[in-house]
Design a binder for this molecule. Structure first.
Ligand code: XMP
Length: 331
């Protein structure tokens, strides 16, 4: 079965909906990758998202140390994410992992930038620049570029719905051949394969997370202290959803911190602090979304923890807005 050289899902590739089917896919794909790559090296941008993580785990199984992963920490990842990528891939799976601490570089570029589109553009462009720098250091010694393309990306490109953007934006003088080991799989199949490869559930069932990360949830011009408050509040929201057994049941849930202050009273004195907005949505394909009716006790637990544990926050709200009219993200 031609798993690496076609963009059309072959009829022989049955739905991967059981652990056995995932194991069979892994076995076939590992052989195909070995044949394609031989003794060459592969470079992969590893974000910690499910697609790139499964792609990396498959490549490690096929070529081991000949996979070079680059994880760029742009400072806009959620609490614990960069550490988890390093611990899973470098420590547990023994990957060759280049960790790039680009936090200052990104946050310095974002100072006083409040326009959402400008923020997105700066984050996207800087990401490509950092990755390109790493790729240049390795150019010559690396023949392939690995990508976590999945089948809906290919279908959408073919339909002209959206250009399939790869980590690319890489300049033409950096010549790589592509290897895309999960490009014939749908998202649920990628998850099943990831699970069989032994990746942790927090990675396999990770909710959708925008490329610009917390950058589009720390509304307006990002400041380091407000970004930290957001990261802490977001961690509490995720933890309490998990405690309530809602992980994987609600499509997306997160915190937002608008660029404004509100009054409150703390220890008998006036406070003038931030407000955390909790956002949760259910959706099938993100084109529309509804707001789940959460248990009041869950909302109260999150509220109490955020008010008590997150410095600089004196108010918590729950966003009731469906998409449309609201978008899932605020920026
Ligand atoms: P909106 O805000 O458009 O979001 O209703 C729809 C879905 O897309 C996610 N999203 C992004 N994902 N890069 C991504 O990979 C992005 O720049 C981006 N912006 C939004 C959002 O989280 C939601 O799931």
């Amino acid at each position: 079965m031609d798993l690496l050289y076609t963009n059309v899902r072959p009829a022989e590739l049955k739905r991967i909906d059981t652990p056995q089917a995932a194991d069979a896919f892994i076995e076939a794909q590992v052989e195909a990758l070995k044949a394609q790559i031989g003794n060459e090296k592969v470079l992969l941008a590893l974000s910690g998202g499910v697609d790139s993580s499964v792609c990396a785990a498959l490549l490690i199984k096929a070529i081991g140390k000949n996979l070079v992963c680059v994880h760029v920490n742009h400072g806009l990842l959620r609490k614990g994410e960069p550490e988890q990528v390093v611990s899973v891939f470098r420590d547990e799976l023994g990957a060759e992992l280049i960790y790039v601490d680009a936090v200052d570089r990104f946050l310095d570029k974002l100072v006083d930038v409040s326009d959402p589109e400008k923020k997105r553009h700066i984050i996207g462009a800087e990401f490509i620049r950092v990755f390109e720098e790493e790729a240049r250091k390795l150019a010559g010694s690396v023949k392939f570029l690995g990508q976590g393309t999945i089948y809906p990306d290919i279908l959408e490109s073919a339909d002209g719905i959206k250009a399939h953007h790869n980590v690319g934006g890489l300049p033409d003088d950096l010549q790589f051949e592509l290897t895309e080991p999960v490009k014939l799989l749908y998202k649920d199949e990628v998850r099943m394969v990831g699970k069989q490869l032994g990746l942790p559930d927090t990675m396999v069932y990770r909710q959708p997370f925008p490329g610009p990360g917390l950058g589009v949830r720390c509304l307006g011009a990002i400041t380091r202290d407000r970004l930290e408050a957001l990261r802490e509040a977001d961690a509490i929201v995720r933890e309490e959803f998990a405690n309530a057994g809602l992980e994987g049941k609600v499509w997306q849930y997160f915190a937002i911190v608008p660029d404004m202050r509100v009054t409150g009273i703390r220890n008998g004195k006036r406070a003038y602090d931030w407000m955390v907005v909790i956002r949760a949505v259910n959706s099938i394909d993100a084109t529309s979304a509804s707001v789940p009716q959460l248990d009041w006790s869950l909302l109260e637990t999150m509220r109490d923890r955020i008010l008590n544990e997150v410095a600089g926050v004196c108010r918590v709200a729950y966003d009731l807005s469906p998409k449309p009219i609201a978008c899932i993200e605020c920026e």
